[in-house]
Every structure is written in structure tokens, then in C-alpha cells.
Design a protein around this ligand. Structure first.
Ligand code: UDP
Length: 362
């Protein structure tokens, strides 16, 4: 039986990994070995996703977190290498753009193990973002690059990937499968709406956690001021990321907003289904808003998911309070047709077929 090692570490990777785990489980000749790096470790940032989404228990838990980028990536690299030497997988799969992604990619490639990157080709063209560095380096050494969008394919072509020995495939966005699968179950599994008293009143769902916003107090304050002013019209619900929470607490910043602890995926699906709009600096949430037919205000200066902006489903406001308020007001009355297929179909199945082919060739 051949083994596939999947590297998970951060919340969005658990969600993407859940889709792939279900696909791998369908293949009788394949065994999945999950390495959890420990990058996210709070119960509501990690365990809840394994429980709710039925992700197999990781075979290895590295428990590496709370370090600087270099130290974290270095320790992960060393520990993942040990596991790969022991498990001898046919392929290693990494997701997205975190330090866990880069560490897993480097460990696999240097051992000559086939490397698969899910969510390849995304670019923000902002090298200040640690995620941008991680994704560029991971793409460059991957054997199979699975792109979520045509834009991601175009980005790689522009970087000369036509001349690099690897396989680049437009697979579609794996998160779409997660949303479709879990939002069918969430109404039964979640009571977040009644818990928060949201069944009758409209509300905006917001998340803020990107380092570029949390590390710059003036940006963070401007965004939360914008959210607070929206709150005068309808409730603003913010599941608060631990990093943002720590910074707000450190500086004694308080806002008249409904802050809640990070929620599990079923709660998130219900919040997305019933909110009026999303305000976020998250990558994943921008698309989930679209899948749930909601407009999205992006509190960043750029996005990797440019098609959402091009087609008017989302708008970029940076960290400007007034522009944020204007975007909210404009979307309040805007009607959009969300039926456009921007992110593919049967993505998990396509990805699995490509991985099978890669392994057979090796
Ligand atoms: N998410 C969640 N609970 C929360 C906040 C986010 O389940 O309280 C989910 C969200 O629906 C999306 C993913 O976490 O699927 C996004 O993760 P995050 O924003 O941390 O990372 P990014 O997508 O920006 O890399």
C-alpha cells in the first residue's frame, strides 16, 4: 500500500485537508499519513475541525508554534524530514501558503519525494506578506501544481512555468467542495444563530487577522472603527482570531462589536448562510462569501482572488474607515447573480485523479 503524507498546521489547511482526506479514503491502494505541525493549536482553531469534519487523527503531532517565522519553519523542516524518512511516502501534499506549507515542501523535495501543492499559482504580488514568500517558494519546487483558478494558471505562465519541469493543472478550488459538503450538514449541527440571538436580525460577519493589519495599530484601529460604524446599522459579528485578540487586549482597545470566540466550520457555514455581507482580510472567507451568495468587503490592499473583484462580488478597501463604510453602503443595496462558475466542479475528485497519476509515474 502506498502512502501519502499530508501536512496540516493552520485552520484553513484543516478545512482543505478534510476534502482531500475523504478522497484518499476512497482509494483502496492508498494510505494517508497526516502530520499536524501544531502551528494552530487552540481547541477552537484546530481540534474542533478534526471532530466536526471527520478528519483522520494525525499520525504525528509536532506541536511547533509560538515561534518567529524562521525558527518555526526551521523546526518544522527538521521534524517533518524525520517523519518522511520513516514513512517513505510516494508523495507529500501541502496546502496553501503557511510556514507549515513551506517546511513540508522543502523537507519532501530535498528527500526526492514527489511534492503536490494544492492552491498553487496564487499571487498577491505583495512580498511583505509571509504567505506570498511561502507560496512562491513552494510552487517553484512542486512536481504537481494544482491551481484553483484561471488567474492562478496565468500567474504561473507569466513566471515562466511553461519552461519548468512539473505538471500544472487547473483543478478548481478545493474549498468549494468543503463549503458544498459541510453546509448541507450545518443547519442540523449548529445552533450558533439562536445562541447569539441572530435568528431575527440582520448581521454582518467579519474576520480580521492578517499580519499586515494586526501588526499595524493604525490599520487595525481604522478597520475596527469602520466595523463599529456599520454596527450602528446592523449587528457586526466577529469571531476573533487569537492573534487579533491578543493585540486588542495588549493595547486595551475596545469596540462596540459582537466579538465571539473562533467558531467551528458548521457554525461558520450557518453564519455565512444568514449574514447580509462579509467583511474580511481572510483569503478563504472571500470565496466562502461568494459560495454563499454574499458580497465581500476585503480589508486588504490586494487579493489573490481577483476574479471576485473583477466581477463585482467583492471590493478592496484596504484599511480606510471611510472607504470601508462606503463599500458597505454600496453592497447593502446591490443585487448580484452569484451563479457564475469561477472555481470549478468536482475539485476533490480531480485533485485525487492527478495525484494518483503522479504516484503511478513515480
Ligand atoms: N473559519 C472558521 N471559524 C472562524 C473563522 C474562520 O471556521 O472563526 C474558517 C473560514 O470559514 C475559512 C477559514 O477558516 O474556511 C479561513 O481561515 P483563515 O481566515 O484563518 O485563513 P486564510 O484563509 O486567510 O488563510
Amino acid at each position: 500500500m502506498k502512502k501519502i503524507v499530508t501536512i496540516l498546521g493552520a485552520r484553513p489547511q484543516f478545512i482543505k485537508g478534510a476534502v482531500l482526506s475523504r478522497e484518499i479514503a476512497k482509494c483502496k491502494d492508498l494510505e494517508e499519513v497526516i502530520i499536524h505541525t501544531g502551528q494552530h493549536y487552540d481547541a477552537n482553531m484546530s481540534a474542533v475541525f478534526f471532530e466536526e469534519m471527520g478528519i483522520p487523527t494525525p499520525a504525528y503531532h509536532l506541536n511547533i508554534n509560538g515561534l518567529s517565522h524562521g525558527a518555526m519553519t526551521g523546526q518544522m523542516l527538521a521534524e517533518i524530514e524525520k517523519v518522511l524518512l520513516q514513512e517513505k511516502p510516494a508523495a507529500v501534499v501541502v496546502f496553501g501558503d503557511t510556514n507549515s506549507t513551506l517546511a513540508g515542501a522543502l523537507a519532501a523535495k530535498k528527500l526526492g519525494i514527489k511534492l503536490v501543492h494544492i492552491e498553487a499559482g496564487l499571487r498577491s504580488f505583495n512580498m511583505q506578506m509571509p504567505e506570498e514568500i511561502n507560496r512562491i517558494l513552494t510552487d517553484r519546487i512542486s512536481d504537481l501544481l494544482l491551481c484553483p483558478t484561471q488567474q492562478a494558471m496565468d500567474n504561473l505562465e507569466l513566471e515562466g512555468y511553461d519552461h519548468i519541469e512539473n505538471t500544472v493543472v487547473k483543478s478548481g478550488d478545493i474549498m468549494k467542495d468543503a463549503v458544498h459538503y459541510y453546509s448541507r450538514l450545518s443547519a442540523e449541527k449548529s445552533n450558533v444563530l439562536s445562541q447569539l440571538g441572530l435568528t431575527a436580525s440582520p448581521f454582518v460577519l467579519a474576520t480580521i487577522h492578517r499580519q499586515e493589519n494586526t501588526d499595524d495599530l493604525s490599520k487595525l484601529k481604522a478597520i475596527f472603527k469602520g466595523l463599529e460604524s456599520i454596527g450602528l446599522q446592523e449587528k457586526v459579528v466577529v469571531p476573533l482570531h487569537p492573534r487579533t485578540k491578543a493585540i486588542l487586549e495588549k493595547h486595551g482597545l475596545q469596540y462596540n462589536i459582537t466579538f465571539i470566540a473562533p467558531v467551528g466550520y458548521f457554525d461558520m457555514m450557518e453564519l455565512l448562510k444568514h449574514c447580509s455581507m462579509v467583511v474580511t482580510d481572510s483569503g478563504g472567507l472571500q470565496k466562502e462569501a461568494f459560495f454563499h451568495k454574499k458580497h465581500c468587503v476585503i480589508a486588504r490592499n490586494e487579493t489573490e482572488w481577483v476574479e471576485l473583484v473583477e466581477h463585482g462580488f467583492a471590493t478592496i478597501v484596504g484599511s480606510d474607515t471611510e472607504i470601508l463604510q462606503e463599500a458597505y453602503t454600496a453592497f447593502k443595496t446591490k443585487k448580484s447573480d452569484f451563479s457564475m462558475n469561477l472555481f470549478g466542479e468536482n475539485i476533490g475528485g480531480t485533485i485525487m485523479k492527478e495525484i494518483q497519476q503522479l504516484i503511478e509515474l513515480s
